[in-house]
Design a protein around this ligand. Structure first.
Ligand code: AHR
Length: 678
């Protein structure tokens, strides 16, 4: 190094290992492209029991007896009759509990929840039920039980509830538990001679996110908020399409009072017979209103995705899809959704939103049309949707898709079609191995444009990129582990550097129940009472919380350029020793933020020349690093095993102008983020 370093008594440079130093030039005085506020977001799909059994706070499965097998999730005993002329026309089933016919016999029912019901010591649970007592006052006993205990009593909480009206009415009691039971059940006994009719039997924690009655599981929703996501894509994923068109996600069925939202079969019930869950349905209790509300709560732009009239293309041939002359109801769904979200409170759909408690518009700006569709069946169907949305809502940004692959013929064709149809954004999906994320020569040979230089060559004149689903899937190791998360971090430098073309990016999938998943890796895992954030979560969070407002040029000398003049991005190319880096400036905080990922097995010495900055400073750092096996991950028992750790590095100065220089050694297989006040 020719640079002469001043003013720092103990320079880190002296302590650096024998590795060659990597000098990077960061142009802090020249602001580059703005970083979109939507850049790092979340993608929610009801896969892996992410909604019912996950984020949605309801603890009772099949609460309205609407599953095709009416008692799925329930065990009934004694004199129980199923009826179907209940008070809610789209969920007409209910049960009548009558005297068992002998004083020593019992009538009742028991619900298993989702892999049990998670009950926590000291917490309150709201039991509610629609009921009537057709033959005079009746009573039920509501219990939380541990069926598999050796103790004298299975119940650990019990309360009586009088049903006092012969008309349907909602009753509510709050149960408080003195102990934690992760796999409890709900048991209801008829405890009067008179019969009782029960419908929509529900149990929620009182302490939901934001304290709402039809609310979300607090810890999971909080984890989303803690990421400060810029955008929230929902409700899928393949469930937008359905295994058949009639099981596609239909947003109109998900609004209005929860008791009357019809059940839908979950597409993920049908997908893998080696991880099969016959009881995977969508109650729609977490519906579009709740999604919009969540977006508002966590400060993310809502990005709903709707069916384009195609059932899942992987699972079906042409005959399964809506024909071209059958598309109008699907197009209406798009237009009506925009009115539901943004229309005045006296418009047809805006009125429903207002009645649900949100008279102000949700101010939705984006709509996705089609999930992961490809080829002519998609392109021809998309056209009338685009025309209709543009005509009525010219300011809404339309998100099209390039299909399930991140390269290849269909992908290219998708991009051409999206350009022709002037989509505002193209949703790309890539679940790819380590080599793809690192952009190794072998991966380039096999896949073409991959790795952290992927977006540098994209056409700047067409639609913007939405990396709508991506995750590094370890080759032969398709589960969450540290190494793949680190490679995601490395790849994400390319999203940041190319913020002029990449407008948003969302890792996928988001949630997984430890006892009921179909797909790995996932960002957040949980059981009935605990959760952990994966290393991928922390990677996403480090980017999302430090996205800055403008890109800064960060380059180094091209190791392949003999003259040593050409400057190139730091993107893991040959000679970079596994380093990836990018930089942004944050106008709000006045900070220069630099992200460096070292994917090599050795520590790497880096010198960051902060051009345009002078004087000594201290950089705050955040380091994600793991000294154990690269296959490790956080767990329910050790949720904090791997997480970013804060630190600091003293910057030095060089030259007459006293330019600020940051010298550091980035640990092997680590992601270090630097923040320096300008
Ligand atoms: O994220 C899991 C699935 O991957 C999504 O449902 C689908 O869009 C993609 O194939």
């Amino acid at each position: 190094m020719k640079l002469k370093l001043f003013s720092c008594a103990i320079t880190l440079a002296g302590m650096l290992s024998a590795q060659a130093q990597h000098v990077m030039e960061v142009k802090t005085a020249k602001l580059g492209a703005p970083v979109s506020s939507t850049m790092y977001g979340l993608f929610f799909e009801d896969i892996n029991f992410a909604a019912d059994g996950g984020l949605y706070g309801e603890l009772v499965k099949n609460r309205s007896f609407e599953f095709p097998q009416s008692y799925m999730g329930w065990r009934v005993f004694g004199n129980v009759e199923l009826k179907n002329d209940g008070p809610f026309e789209r969920c007409p089933h209910y049960v009548v509990l009558s005297d068992p016919g002998h004083k020593e016999r019992r009538t009742g029912l028991q619900n298993e929840g989702y892999f049990g019901i998670g009950i926590e010591k000291g917490k309150e649970y709201r039991f509610s039920v629609w009921a009537k007592a057709p033959k005079g006052n009746s009573q039920i006993r509501v219990q939380l039980i541990n069926e598999f205990t050796g103790e004298e009593h299975q119940e650990f909480v019990q309360q009586k509830l009088d049903i006092t009206s012969s008309d349907w009415k909602q009753y509510e009691i709050v149960l408080k538990s003195k102990r934690t039971e992760p796999r409890a059940q709900l048991r209801i006994f008829l405890s009067s001679p008179n019969p009782v009719a029960l419908e929509h039997v529900s149990l929620f924690p009182v302490d939901t996110y934001k304290g709402r009655k039809n609310g979300l599981r607090r810890d999971l929703a909080q984890a989303l908020a803690d990421m400060k996501p810029g955008v929230f894509r929902f409700p899928g994923g393949c469930i937008v399409e359905g295994t058949t068109l009639d099981s596609r996600y239909q947003w109109k069925n998900t609004i209005g009072r929860v008791e009357n939202r019809p059940l839908n079969r979950n597409r993920w019930e049908d997908t893998f017979d080696y991880r099969y869950y016959a009881d995977y349905y969508q109650s729609y209790g977490l519906g579009f209103f709740e999604f919009f509300q969540l977006c508002e709560d966590i400060g993310a732009e809502p990005l709903p995705v709707l069916s384009v009239g195609l059932a899942c293309q992987f699972q079906n041939g042409e005959s399964a899809h809506a024909k071209m002359d059958e598309l109008q109801p699907f197009i209406d769904d798009c237009l009506d959704l925009i009115e539901f979200a943004n229309g005045p409170a006296d418009s047809k759909w805006g009125k429903i939103r207002a009645e649900m408690g949100h008279p102000e518009p949700f101010n939705m700006k984006y709509i996705g049309i089609g999930n992961e569709q490809w080829d002519t069946p998609y392109f021809e169907r998309l056209k009338p949707f685009v025309a209709a949305v543009r005509a009525k809502y010219p300011n809404i940004k339309i998100v099209g898709t390039s299909g399930p692959d991140s390269e290849g013929k269909m992908f290219e064709k998708g991009w051409v079609a999206m350009k022709e149809q002037k989509a505002d954004l193209v949703d790309e999906h890539f679940y790819r191995p380590e080599s793809w994320f690192l952009g190794t020569p072998e991966a380039k040979e096999r896949y073409g444009n991959c790795g952290a230089l992927r977006y540098d060559s994209y056409d700047r004149k067409g639609p913007k990129v939405f990396a709508g689903e991506y995750a590094c899937h370890g080759k032969g190791k398709k589960w969450n582990h540290y190494e793949t998360s680190l490679y995601e971090a490395a790849f994400m430098t390319s999203l940041e550097r190319n913020a002029d073309i990449v407008e948003m990016a969302t890792y996928a999938p988001l949630f997984a129940h430890i006892d009921g998943w179909q797909w790995r890796p996932d960002m957040i895992w949980y059981d009935n009472i605990r959760m952990f954030k994966s290393v991928s979560y922390y990677v996403q969070q480090m980017y999302a919380m430090n996205k800055g407002t403008n890109v800064l040029s960060l380059t180094t000398k091209d190791p392949g350029d003999k003259k040593g003049k050409k400057m190139v991005p730091v993107a893991g190319q040959e000679g970079m020793d596994g380093l990836f880096a990018s930089s942004v400036y944050d106008k709000g905080t006045g900070e220069v933020i630099i992200k460096v990922i070292n994917t090599s097995k050795q520590p790497q010495a880096v010198q960051l020349n902060l051009q345009g900055m002078t004087g000594e400073r201290t950089a705050e750092t955040l380091t994600l690093q793991h000294n154990g096996s690269m296959d490790d991950e956080n767990t329910l028992d050790q949720p904090d095993k791997i997480r970013p750790v804060a630190g600091s590095v003293k910057c030095e100065t060089t030259g007459k102008k006293q330019q600020t220089v940051l010298n550091d050694e980035v640990p092997a297989m680590a992601f270090r983020l630097y923040k320096v006040k300008k």
